[in-house]
Design a protein around this ligand. Sequence first.
Ligand code: UTP
Length: 295
Amino acid sequence: MGIQKKIRKAVFPVAGLGTRFLPATKAVPKEMLTVVDKPVIQYVVDEAAEAGVEHFVFVTGRGKAVIEDYFDIQFELEQTLKARNKNAELTLLSGILPKAGTASFTRQQEPLGLGHAVWCARDIVGDEPFALLLPDMIMRGEKGCMKGMVELYDKAGGNIIAVEECHPDQAHKYGIVGVGEALDGGFRITQMVEKPAKGTAPSNFFINGRYILQPEIFEILETQERGAGNEIQLTDGMLKLAGKQDFAGYHFKGETYDCGAKDGFILANVAFALERADIRPSVEDQLKAMVAALK
Ligand code: UTP
C-alpha cells in the first residue's frame, strides 16, 4: 500500500553478558561465535539487509569492541591478501562491509535489561518505526523472517512481532501471544504473556526475537520500572504500547536457533553446515555414523 513509513533502521542489542555461554564469552562476545564460518551477528545483519534495512544500530557494552572491528576494514589483512592475489577472500571481506556511515554503535553502560538496551538506541533511531533483531537468534526459512515482517507491516502498519509455533508443553519457557483476527501472513495480537505458568498459555505461538516497533516505545521505556529478573523488560514496555497501538503477529515458517544456548548453537552449526554444498558431503556421512553409534 506504501502508506507506512519505510523501515530504514535496525537495532541489534549486543550488550548482554552471555552467562549461559561461559567460559567462551569471558573474552569473546557470544555474537562473535561462529556458525560454520560466519559469526552469529553476520547472519542477523544479513537478514535485516535482505529486508531493506539501510542503517544498522548496535547497542554494545564493555568487551564488545571486536564487533565494531568486525564491521570495519582490516587494513593489514587486506593489504596482505592483495599482495598474495587472494581475490576470492578479498571479495568475501568487501561483501560484509557496511556502506560508509551506515553502521552506528552506542554503549549500554550497564546491562539493565533488553528494554533498557533498546532505549539506548533512541537518539540514533529518532522518530521513525524500526526493526529490532535479537542477535543471538538466527533463523532458517524459505523467506527471511524480517523480510516477511516488513511485507506484513506494509499492509497492516503498527507494531509487528514475529511468532512461531512451539509444542504446547514448552509454552511456559517463552513469551506467548494471544491470537485475534486473521491477517494476510499473520493475525492481530490480543495479549502477550511472558513465560505463562503451565497450562495457562493463551496459544502456542512464541515470540522468536524479531520485532518492528513504533518510536513511541522509547517514551515508554524511558520510565519503565524494572520487572522480572530485576531488569527493564521490553515485554513490559510493549504491553503498555499495546494499550495505545495495534500489534500484529507475523507467523514465521521456519526454524529458529537460540545461539545464546549451547544446544541451539550446536544445532545451528549442524543445520547450516548441511545446507552448504562444500561442507555437507563430509559432515553428513560422519553425522549419520555418530547418530547410528549412539546407544
Ligand atoms: P539474554 O536474555 O540472552 O541475556 O538477552 P544475555 O545476558 O545476553 O545472556 P545470558 O542469559 O546471560 O546467557 C537477550 C538479548 O538482549 C541483549 C542481549 O545481548 C541479547 O541479545 N541484552 C540483554 C542487552 O543488550 N542488554 C541487557 O542488559 C540485557
